[in-house]
Design a protein around this ligand. Structure first.
Ligand SMILES: Cc1ncc(C[n+]2csc(CCOP(=O)(O)OP(=O)(O)O)c2C)c(N)n1
Length: 578
């Protein structure tokens, strides 16, 4: 019989976190969650990182989860504390990031009375969580906490919310943590149907122009090794989405990188001319497909995902494969070898075609003639990172700099590129970097941010400085809300309404120093390398204010709603392209 220990609900929350193997939680206290913070003062093995804004705490938990593969935890008080988490919850929902969000709620007897700091947060977040619980009975706490972690991490991962009334945190009860979850309605698949694997393998062997289309689901499933084995054994070329970046080594000759709105022309052509698209852990997002009716028009589709609801949602799946990727990819590789009895399938002519396209259409931009180009800065960061010992984890904000990071940063190991893909949340980069550093203290964590994004969450530099979580942030400072400026220039006849920020206000290097971080201003290509090295060696968090060309646009670009092959390339009249 399980022994029970008498304790308060607040202590039970912490014991549950300990049982779940949580080593770090991110949050900010307040009235309705105070009993749980008081329990922290009584002692716990869980480290608490005090954020400066609950959105920051939420993104830290996401960065932690993505870097470690474990469930992240963010904690906030009721009302405004909880609503400040909403953007992070939405972000985790869109990118299937496993996070348990814990909020305090007003006392049970006050719920529904518009009490001080009362917000119906389970109601507010209903469409953007996998599941949520409002706990009004302390006896339910252990099973709810157990279920919350289980739901966050199993099947298609994602956010859950546990909202705990203050009196529940204060109530004494006999605590035991359950070994099992009791959730009759939650039965994610644990295996893949052998017939689906057989059909997929047969289609792969028969295909002349197959392409793997890999997404973030591969990383969530920790299935990189299995994906690599399939690529190698079946000689399958692959394109990898923004969310999937780092799931397959980028130096691998069969990795053709990112397709989509700012992906390469060759990756988009690979999908467009394929006769078989093998979609793995990906959801045919509009930023990848462009106009759906023109996407991979001649291809049969295998769609392999843990979430049956994704299969056929956007594009008909000729061969649906539903189940866990790690197991299924290994089975698929074995089955392909078995079906192709006389060795691996020969996709030789197709691979030569892809190689030709890659040579013909590399990422390129016009060098600056004295003006520092953002792409040059990102290439310099990439090269400096390659010279470091140990792993480097990249995070980004959202905008042009994010797309250039996707194009120019090179990742060899899984979980080393962390970005907000589905929601496109400006302000994600700095807190996600702090969370990643908490998960991987041994790694160098570099955030490539935009000046607009940085200003949304830069107060978390205080968290980085004071919590001993040093990160390097390169603010790609073009003085504008660059991506929006680009759309205004290209699609709104250059009417630049409300997108100018200026290069100089704030002074990012001084701002960094004010937060206890090292600050560097870079204005020329010549200053780049030395400043990057100084930032990497600063021994504390550092911010590089990289002042660059305000007018640079991100290419190639497939305009929203256009066919993915109708790509606009960098105009060559801007000067010599490199
Ligand atoms: C929270 C939020 N608000 C607004 C947007 C719309 N938006 C997308 S990119 C962008 C500009 C980003 O500017 P900056 O951080 O300077 O990056 P850049 O594009 O210049 O690299 C904006 C406003 C968004 N994605 N997220």
């Amino acid at each position: 019989m399980t022994t029970k220990t008498r304790m308060l609900g607040s202590d039970a929350i912490l014991r549950a976190l300990e049982h779940e193997g949580v080593d770090v939680a991110f949050g900010i206290p307040g009235g309705a969650i105070l009993p749980t913070y008081d329990a922290m003062a009584r002692g716990t093995s869980v480290r608490h990182v005090l954020a400066r804004h609950e959105q920051g705490a939420g993104h830290m938990a996401e960065g932690y989860a993505r870097a470690s593969g474990k469930v992240g935890v963010a904690i906030a008080t009721s009302g405004p504390g909880a609503t400040n988490l909403v953007t992070a919850i939405a972000d985790a929902w869109m990118d299937s990031t496993p996070v348990v969000f814990i909020t305090g709620q007003v006392r049970s007897e006050l719920i529904g009375t518009d009490a001080f700091q009362e917000v119906d947060i389970t109601g507010v977040t209903m469409p953007i969580v996998k599941h949520s619980w409002l706990v009004q009975d302390v006896e339910e706490l252990p099973s709810v906490m157990k279920a919350a972690f289980h739901v966050a991490r199993t099947g298609r991962q994602g956010p859950v919310l546990v909202d705990v009334a203050k009196d529940v945190q204060e109530a004494a009860f006999d605590f035991a943590y359950p070994d099992e979850v009791d959730l009759p309605g939650w039965r994610p698949p644990t295996k893949v149907h052998p017939r689906q694997i057989r059909e997929a393998a047969k289609a792969i062997v028969e295909a002349k122009r197959p392409i793997l289309y890999c997404g973030g689901g591969v990383l969530n499933a920790d299935a990189s090794a299995e994906l690599l084995a399939l690529v190698d054994s079946a000689h399958l070329p692959a394109v990898v989405t923004l969310m999937g970046k780092s799931c397959l080594p980028e130096s691998h000759s069969l990795n053709y990188g990112a397709p989509g709105m700012h992906g390469s022309k060759y990756a988009n052509w690979a999908l467009n001319k394929a006769d078989l698209v093998i979609a793995v852990g990906t959801r045919f997002d509009d930023r990848v497909t462009g106009k759906v009716s023109a996407f991979a028009p001649g291809a049969k589709v295998i769609h392999f995902d843990i979430d049956a609801a994704e299969v056929g949602k956007i594009r008909h799946a000729d061969i649906p494969v539903v189940g866990p990727l790690k197991l299924g990819l290994a089975q698929l590789a074995a089955e392909v070898s078995a079906v192709a009895a006389d060795g691996a399938p020969d996709h030789g002519p197709w691979l030569r075609q892809l190689e030709d396209w890659r040579e013909q259409f590399p990422f390129r931009y016009a060098k600056g003639n004295g003006v520092l180009k953002p792409q040059t800065a990102i290439e310099a960061l990439r090269d400096a990172a390659a010279g470091l010992d140990g792993d480097v984890i990249w995070t980004t904000g959202v905008g042009q700099h994010q797309m250039w990071a996707m194009q120019y940063v090179q990742c060899e190991k899984p979980r080393t590129f962390i970005t907000s893909g589905g929601a496109g949340t400006m302000g994600y980069g700095v807190p996600a970097a702090i969370g990643a550093k908490a998960a991987r203290p041994d790694a160098t964590v570099i955030c490539i941010d935009g000046d607009g994004c940085f200003q949304m969450t830069c107060q978390e530099l205080a968290t980085a400085a004071l919590e001993g979580l040093p990160i390097v942030t390169a603010v790609i400072n073009n003085g504008w809300l660059g991506m929006v400026r680009q759309w205004q220039e290209m699609f709104y006849a250059e009417r630049f309404a409300e997108t100018h920020l200026t290069h100089a206000v704030p002074d990012y290097a001084q701002l960094a120093e004010a937060y206890g971080c090292a600050g560097f201003t870079v204005e020329t290509e010549e200053q780049l390398e030395e400043s990057i090295q100084a930032a990497l060696q600063a021994g504390r968090s550092a911010v590089l204010d990289v002042r660059c060309d305000p007018e640079e646009k991100c290419f190639p670009m497939v305009p929203a709603g256009a066919a993915a092959v109708d790509v606009i390339e960098a105009p060559s009249e801007e000067g010599a392209l490199t």
